[in-house]
Design a protein around this ligand. Structure first.
Ligand SMILES: CC/C=C/CC(=O)SCCNC(=O)CCNC(=O)[C@H](O)C(C)(C)COP(=O)(O)OP(=O)(O)OC[C@H]1O[C@@H](n2cnc3c(N)ncnc32)[C@H](O)[C@@H]1OP(=O)(O)O
Length: 720
């Protein structure tokens, strides 16, 4: 896990724990061993610590948090040992020196870094704080103000910025074209040169823990706390981290460390830390699908997009940003021009905000090839249609593509509800047809539901999952059912919200509960933002808007929603929806006209309105959602509970500190949820959402947790 060598009387400790050199117990032991050898060897005049492969350690080993290994030879002790060593220690950073990695660097006497590297303390994203002295050393090195900002936001910074802030002693210039090996060689060279230069220098002033912290006024802490409460609403760790930073300015180092450790101890066992660490791993597990070998994917170098509307142009942006040429097709010159302009405006905006340079923006735009002719798609490797959400329209587009594109081209359909098998049946290559459900705005939202039809091949799945990663999306493979996973689960959740209106609640009552739970906005606000006509369109496609076509045994909850559309209350875009909006504003106000309509409809539909508690609103919306998630798992439409959690966090704003609906279900207790579902079902037998999932029933009665049960199940499957 570490190697030791001497170069020109400098001991070099190289951390070798690929892929990210996480500071596991074996690495910590290796560092201790290296320090001891170097200290005892009289020929060694200085020490360099460097990461092998692509990076300096990207942090403590997160997998050791759950099994308790993190507490054996804990990192703070190792860093104390590094700092107190009598020979100068130079730390050489490349890649990502995150968390414990940066804390190790702060324990060293000198720090140099490749200009390509990044440093950061992202622990708050895992529900904890930099618990190896980071909250005490960083303020001593760069001041409370800058340190608090880095620690409480968890955002990494570029090496150049870190140098300007005073974290680094020097930068090693590495161009973007140089290989990782060249970067490593140059960095090591520079570190050894620096080590030899300072070998006889006093370490006075080089031990960060001995530096003084300039105190700042309480006003600063109050302002930052306010900002954190707004930007990281509902998250405990950032505010707790701020307390630890404050301690650095109030107490001597040793006492500050004690405060840091006390706060860390509390955060470490918190439900938020468990939830956020679950998400960290779940996000990385989405590419691991039983039976799919991701190496079988074919490279995608040339892409086509059909439809230059908001969705199509957003999709195209993802590819051209990564240097992948895109032919963007629309039937009408006017629509095509509008799409191209939207793309140009997007890049202009990025330049204006300083997020990219004019040069890079122009380079990306150079990859865009607008066209009115399908024939220009003859050579693309993959094409995504983003036309109107209608089965016949999509089938005819795919049929046409099948005739024009080369036989190997993968045909993707960007649908949010339609049947992939039916769309694929319009082609002679159903094995090369797949759903790619982008979320709107497609250039912003990171989630992609990739939908496998019954004939979609392993190669197609692997290719699409990989290209999704290349364009920086979080791809989740899902099965082919109505609404796939995200929208399928949204229906019962949304149904409950509407049912609550019938029974006595108003939109702002439901929305407040969901906002307080941690969603960025409630369901009715979301519907107003997306456009209430979308829901109507889906209900029409389901054939349930016309009362004569409805199943008499299923409760219909959307009468008010339908009427809103009749009244042209489509939402924010028409300044009126569930709420009313001042021109240009997205902040809705409760509207008497809507409230009267809701009361009137309740009466007409035979409901006696009553006061509904926040607890009931929360349970009914969330338990209906969770029950559907269990059904997706038992039907094999979702491959892992974590996949569902990722979809809901990245696609629908489920609060990450609650870990996603399936993690949350385990935290609440499956028996409690199951029993509540039975009760709500008894009171409302005409709502099929209250029919409990068999899997939920089985786990609730056996007292098992979903996460454990599923991990075991997957292990058993992979051993078959
Ligand atoms: C005493 C307590 C103090 C704790 C302080 C800490 O250090 S907490 C940890 C702080 N560090 C982080 O939060 C960094 C987490 N990692 C990342 O942000 C990213 O992994 C990366 C370093 C930017 C690299 O991103 P990239 O996209 O290139 O790779 P992946 O994210 O896919 O990761 C590759 C595999 O490595 C695993 N992994 C990454 N970081 C850690 C880690 N700190 N501990 C354990 N494992 C880690 C990741 O799970 C991937 O594994 P796979 O098995 O390949 O899925």
């Amino acid at each position: 896990m570490t190697s030791y060598k001497t170069i020109k009387d400098v001991a070099v400790i190289t951390i070798e724990n690929p892929p990210v050199n996480a500071l596991s117990l074996a690495v910590r032991e290796g560092i201790l061993d290296g320090l001891s050898r170097a200290s005892k060897d009289d020929t060694v005049c200085a020490i360099v610590i460097i990461g092998g492969g692509r990076t300096f350690p990207a942090g403590a080993d997160i997998s050791e948090f759950a099994n308790g290994k993190a507490f054996t030879k804990p990192l703070p002790q190792i860093i104390e040992k590094i700092e107190s060593t009598q020979k100068p220690i130079v730390c050489a950073i490349h890649g990502t020196a995150f968390g414990g990695g940066l804390e190790v660097a702060l324990g060293c006497h000198y720090r140099i870094a490749s200009t390509r590297s990044k440093v950061g303390l992202p622990e708050v994203n895992l529900g904890i704080l930099p618990g190896a002295g980071g909250t005490q050393r960083l303020p001593r090195l760069i001041g409370v103000w800058l340190a608090a900002e880095m620690i409480c936001s968890g955002k990494p910074i570029e090496a150049v910025d870190a140098d300007a802030k005073g974290i680094l002693d020097d930068l090693v210039e590495i161009s973007s074209l140089e290989s990782v090996q060249t970067e490593y060689d140059k960095l090591l060279d520079a570190a050894i040169t620096l080590a030899l230069r300072v070998k006889n220098h006093s370490l006075e002033g080089k031990r960060v823990s001995q530096l003084k912290v300039e105190p700042v006024s309480d006003f600063f802490y109050e302002q930052l706390a306010l900002q954190i409460s707004k930007n990281a609403r509902g998250m405990n760790a950032p505010l707790q981290a701020l307390k630890a930073v404050k301690a650095s300015a109030m107490f001597p180092f040793k006492e500050g460390m004690q405060r840091e450790q006390q706060i860390l101890g509390r955060l470490f066992v918190s439900s938020q830390a468990k939830a956020l660490q679950h998400i960290f791993f779940a996000e990385r597990q989405t590419m691991k699908i039983p039976g799919i070998d991701m190496k079988k994917g074919v490279p995608i170098k040339f892409v086509g997009v059909i439809g230059a509307g908001m969705m199509g142009s957003g999709i195209a942006i993802n590819f051209i940003k990564k240097g992948i040429p895109v032919v963007l097709i629309d039937a009408e010159q006017e629509f095509l021009d509008r799409g191209v302009k939207a793309i140009e405006d997007y890049f202009k905006g990025r330049v204006k905000k300083g997020k990219t340079t004019r040069f890079l923006a122009d380079r990306s735009l150079g990859y865009l090839r607008p066209s009115l002719h399908y024939e220009d798609l003859s050579n693309v490797d993959l094409v995504i249609e983003a036309v109107f959400e209608n089965l016949d329209v999509k089938k005819s587009v795919l049929k046409h593509l099948d005739e024009i594109c080369k036989p190997q081209t993968i045909l993707c359909t960007n649908t949010s509800t339609l049947d992939i098998d039916q769309i694929a049946s319009a082609t002679n290559r159903p094995d090369r047809v797949i759903g790619t459900h982008f979320f709107s705005p497609a250039n912003v939202m990171r989630l992609m539901e990739n939908v496998a039809g019954s004939k979609t091949s392993e190669r197609t799945i692997a290719s699409v999952m990989q290209i999704s990663k290349t364009i920086s999306k979080i791809p989740v493979l899902v099965g082919n059912c109505f609404g796939f996973i995200g929208n399928r689960m949204l229906f019962p959740y949304n149904n409950q919200a509407n049912a609550l209106l019938q029974e006595g609640a108003f939109p702002h009552d439901v929305d407040k509960v969901l906002y307080d739970f941690g969603f960025p906005m409630g369901l009715f606000q979301m519907s107003d933002l997306a456009g209430n006509d979308i829901g109507l369109h889906i209900r029409k496609a389901q054939g349930i808007v016309d009362p004569s076509q409805r199943d008499p045994n299923e409760r219909y909850v959307s009468t008010t929603a339908d009427k809103l559309c009749e009244m042209k209350r489509f939402g924010v875009k028409s300044s009126k929806g569930w709420y009313s909006y001042a021109k240009g504003s997205r902040k809705g106000r409760p509207d008497k006209e809507v409230m009267d309509l809701i009361v009137e409809n309740s009466k007409a539909e035979g409901f006696v309105r009553r006061n509904i508690s926040a607890k009931e609103i929360e349970e009914r919306c969330l338990y209906a959602l969770i029950n559907e998630g269990f059904k997706c798992l038992e039907e094999g439409m979702a491959y892992k509970p974590g996949d569902i959690d990722i979809i809901w966090i990245y696609g629908y704003g489920f609060p990450p500190q609650k870990g996603g609906p399936m993690h949350y279900a385990d935290a609440v207790g499956l028996k409690k949820i199951y029993d509540s579902i039975l009760q709500y079902g008894k009171a409302d037998p005409k709502t099929s959402a209250w029919k409990p999932s068999k899997l939920l029933e089985q786990l609730a009665s056996s007292g098992k947790k979903l996460a454990k049960y599923w991990t075991k199940k997957l292990k058993a499957q992979s051993n078959l």
